[in-house]
Write a protein that binds this ligand. Sequence first.
Ligand SMILES: [Zn+2]
Length: 212
Amino acid sequence: MGKHKKPYHKTVFAEAVGEAPVYWECPECGFLSGDPAFLDAEHPCPICGASGGEERRRFPTDRIRRLDARIRAYHADGDGEIVVILVATFLEAILEDILDRIMDAHGADLYMRRMVMDTQRSIGLRIGKVFPTLTGEEFEDAASELGYREFPRRWRTMREARNAFIHDSPFNGARETIDQAMASEAMELLDQAYRLFVLMSNRFVADGAHTG
Ligand SMILES: [Zn+2]
C-alpha cells in the first residue's frame, strides 16, 4: 500500500521559457529536482538525504537538449511539418531515457539495458509492454495518476501525424492548417513531456532505488 505514494508530490519543476528545462539528479537515489538550490551538492537530497560527494547529473541529457533547441528553431521558422516529425522523435528519445533509468534502478546493467532497447524497438511495444513490465502499471494509468491523462492519446495522434507525413499519405483535410495546428500541439507535448517524465522518474526510479 502506498509504495509509490511518497516522493513524487515533492517534485519541484524547473522554470524554463523558450528552452529545455534543467533538472539535477541525486547520484544516490536518482531523484530529479528543478529546484536551483539542489544544484549545490551540499544541499541534501529531499528523498534520501545524500549530500556532498559526486557531482549531480543534469536531466535531460545534452542529446535531448540539442534536439529541443532545433525543434524550437524550426517552430520559430513556422516549419510545422518538421516540428511534428522532430517532436515525435524527441518523445521517443525521452521515453527511452526514462525506461533506461527505470531498468538501471532495477539493477539492470548496461548490457541488459541495451539488449532490451535493441530488441524492443517499436514505440508501441515500449509503451504497451516494456513500461508495464518494469513499473507494474499501464503507461496510460501512470500518466493519468500523475495529472497527464490526455498525454498518451495526444502523443498517439502526434505519431499518426508524423507517420502520415513520412509516408506521404494525406492526414485528412487542408494540409497547411493541419501542419500549424499539429505543430502547436507538438510544442505543448514537448513542454509537458519534461514534467511528466520527471514525475515518472521520481516515482519509479527514486522510489524504486530507495525501497529496493
Ligand atoms: Zn537522493
